[in-house]
Write a protein that binds this ligand. Structure first.
Ligand code: SAM
Length: 251
């Protein structure tokens, strides 16, 4: 598998790219032990991607020749944000890694009334940094051209306030599933236009309270079932993203 690097910069005008990015130099020289004339994939801003050849590789910097632009689109046709109420333990790592592989565009993590885990600002910042690294690695591994962003919200109402930034907001609600709601998720996902922004909201192990769901509906969220089985907090986002890929990429 050809190693992929996200430059976090705009693509250069010409066909030569020079970087002094320490992380990239360290990884290429000391971890991967790349040599001149070997190839890697460079991903620039706006998902511009090039097959690139190493012209020179020193501790001071790396020069690449941009050999050929790779135009293959690997991103989901909808920009899907996964919003999960803080689950227990290390589940945010799992949700971030697997949802990145499945095409998530960004993450929003927040406290809800039944979240057992409470994160103060300092802990949340620390967690954000480690999850951003996980997202970067999962994007490289799954050959994506976009690295999902990771945001933490301090309270439930600030997440609801953010709903206005999306074209559609769906709340995965276990009680909807229990009463046999099986159509809304499919019809919303099927009808959305290419590159529209979809927010999917998931509860913690204890689920959402009816009051929380009603508050989200006041901000125009739609409650949906995700099928008859009750999934773990870390499984439900995987199910939803896989279903979106099936509806919009495979059918
Ligand atoms: N404590 C709840 C119960 O027993 O009914 C289950 C909560 S579930 C473990 C965690 C979250 O996953 C839910 O809040 C919801 O967001 C989502 N979820 C799991 N299964 C679902 C389903 N079949 N339909 C909709 N959402 C589901």
């Amino acid at each position: 598998m050809m190693q992929r690097y996200f430059t976090k910069t705009d693509s250069p005008i010409g066909s030569v790219y020079f970087t002094t990015d320490d992380e990239m130099i360290h990884h290429m020289r000391n971890v991967m032990r790349f040599k001149e004339n070997e190839n890697v994939v460079l991903v620039f801003n706006e998902a511009i991607t090039f097959l690139s050849r190493i012209q020179s590789l020193t501790d001071e910097g790396i020069t690449f020749e941009l050999v050929e632009e790779i135009k293959k689109n690997v991103e989901l046709p909808l920009k899907v944000t996964i919003a999960s109420a803080f689950p227990k333990g290390d589940k945010l790592k799992w949700i971030t890694q697997k949802s990145t592989e499945l095409g998530a565009s960004s993450f929003a993590f927040f406290p809800s009334s039944r979240s057992v885990v409470k994160l103060d600002k300092k802990k949340a910042m620390k967690k954000k940094e480690s999850l951003e690294k996980i997202a970067m690695e999962a994007s490289e591994q799954s050959h994506r051209t976009h690295v999902p962003t990771v945001d933490f919200f301090g309270n439930f109402s600030s997440v609801c306030e953010s709903f206005k930034n999306y074209d559609k907001v769906l709340v995965a609600y276990e009680e909807s599933a229990k009463i046999g709601e099986t159509t809304k998720f499919f019809s919303v996902v099927q009808d959305m236009k290419e590159n529209e922004k979809l927010l999917l909201v998931f509860g913690p192990e204890g689920g959402f309270s009816e009051a929380e769901v009603e508050e989200m509906e006041a901000f125009l969220a739609i409650r949906v079932g995700l099928g008859p089985r009750i999934l773990r907090a870390e499984t439900a986002p995987m199910y939803a993203l896989s279903a979106i890929s099936t509806i919009r990429e495979l059918m």
